[in-house]
Design a protein around this ligand. Structure first.
Ligand code: HEC
Length: 129
């Protein structure tokens, strides 16, 4: 009868010991810039950016294409949300098709995209006369 009371906490302690390194590993995989925007879920933002078709004009990491460059764009989250709901230029208005949370996630994703390297630091590009 007494054995079960020793056994169960033993299992729990083992499981906890296994879970802690796994959780730590996940935390370390987060991109470095994630701290800058703790409100958004970067993974979901990346997904929503494709699902809502933003990527078709702004490209997959928001580098720009038919649409403006969005990665490393210093506009505020509020300005970002307002623009997507009611753009001023040729971008189609999204109104309420994209939720506030999805937009916060997309914003966090765009913030997490690392800056492009300086072209001067790429040897091949400097070999062109
Ligand atoms: C059909 C092409 C197209 C799609 C789809 C699109 N955009 Fe755009 N977007 C543009 C263009 C073009 C601009 C440049 C300004 C303008 O003409 O509106 C722009 C500008 C923006 C800006 C303003 C950037 C700035 O610095 O002022 C934001 C923010 C933005 N887009 C976010 C999004 C998001 C988020 C989505 C998906 C929900 C999206 N866009 C989907 C074409 C598009």
């Amino acid at each position: 009868m007494n054995r079960i009371f020793v056994f169960v906490p033993g299992i729990l302690a083992t499981l906890l010991g296994l879970a802690v390194p796994v959780l730590k590993g996940q935390a370390q995989q987060q991109p470095r810039r994630a701290e800058a925007s703790p409100a958004g879920n970067i993974e979901n933002g990346k997904k929503q950016f494709k699902t809502h078709g933003c990527a078709s004009c702004h490209s997959y990491s928001g580098q720009g294409g038919a649409g403006a460059r969005l990665a490393q764009n210093p506009i505020t989250l509020q300005a970002f949300v307002n623009y997507v709901r009611k753009p001023k230029g040729s971008m189609p208005p999204f109104g309420n098709q994209v939720t506030e949370t999805e937009l916060a996630d997309i914003y966090a994703f765009l913030k997490s995209v690392p800056p492009s390297p300086d072209p001067k630091s790429i040897p091949l590009l400097n070999q062109i006369d």
